[in-house]
Design a binder for this molecule. Sequence first.
Ligand code: AMP
Length: 458
Amino acid sequence: MPPGDLLAEWEGMAVTDGRHLFLEGGAGVEIAAVRGTRDILPGESRLWAWVEEAARRTCARYHYEEIRTPIFELAALFARGIGEVTDIVEKEMYTFVDRGGRELALRPEGTAGVVRAVLEHKLYAGPLPVKLFYVGPMFRYERPQAGRYRQFTQFGVEAFGSADAALDAEIISLGISFLTEVGLKEWELRLNSIGCPVCRGPYRELLRSRLEPLRHELCVSCQQRLDRNPLRVLDCKEEGCRRLTEGIPPIDEYLCPECRRHWESVQEHLNALGIPFRRYPRLVRGLDYYTRTVFELVTIGLGSQDAVLGGGRYDGLAEMMGGPSVPAIGFAAGLDRLLLGLEAAGTLPEPGPEVDLYVARVGDVPQAQVLRLVTELRRQGLRVDMDFLGRSLKTQMKTADRLGAVFTLVVGEGEWERGEVLLRRMSDGSQEVLPREGLAEKVAERLAAAQAIARGEV
Ligand code: AMP
């Protein structure tokens, strides 16, 4: 279609000059990723695939299966699940009304959707525990900064149907295995128990009675927290608030007998697994649904003291969402922050070769024949690329080098007419003439041998 027609087609919609988008009758809007979001480009996307594979491998070892829930849900799900008076629900949710008048929200976290799915499909009525994991984008309207985005990716696991402390220990152990798998060896496990609604009531009252007289010395946020969820004053980062809460007895001294037994059992299991932890009375986590165990894995030696993974038990959530009582525990790890941390620590894996083989075409060999050859090689399972821009042999060789090709197959006019091609080993420049007949199998053999040598197996 000629460009004129294309414009006519677009009339009344939007027109772009490549950098700006002109909406009907309006001023130009610069086309750029929305604030707080970003593109993951090829070099980086390989690292993402690597981290996600590590998550999947770890989950397979612990027998957790993947669940994929929608990216948007009814906004009410999050209000009910996460709690109406949390920052996430009050200030950070991307909510919108769809054309059918439904109030929806982009998911700000993974647990509420997973619980909804477990209830909707009655997974709790099948074999227990139900052990699930997810990897995917979450959305929060937060102030963007390094490591904080409005769209970010979490890897999370959730296990339903057992209140046994052994499951708490398993989930924590899974989290640590994942961090180890991606090369993060230094971490601190911060652990606390915030009890159940029964034991939390009196503790909340204790906090209120201690802090009420100091109300005006607390930060503005904590003054609100004091009214709505005084426990959260404990994890305020403000120095002043921390000082004011210093002498307050830890919550684990107020646990009811059952929660105390559970708390002790979690610690015994971790000890038995040889997992060191720090009891961290200030750790309460931001969300309303947690009961008993809460934990964070904080990376150390990466400059910032940042929690890359956090979670806890949420025995009351299924019931709060209208289902039966199903005890559960889970965690979420922020993969953006994890990758930043690994990058800062210089422990990211070196990028590997992008192809095994590059096919260079010289002279008048028909492009279609070369493409066919490349396709045959690909069918052998080799990673192969070729030139599409008619570049010189020298430039094609440079490309082969840049891509990390083990061999380059030089398809030159003379050899091609004789039914032959030249296989060049990139590491030492040695060359071998191979017949066109049965070429793909031969190249695959040569490559497997070269790779075995590179791995030190021969
Ligand atoms: P949360 O769901 O708030 O417990 O967060 C779990 C993990 O997700 C955190 O430890 C962070 O690593 C990550 N995370 C939370 N919010 C953001 C954000 N806005 N941008 C990037 N990562 C985030």
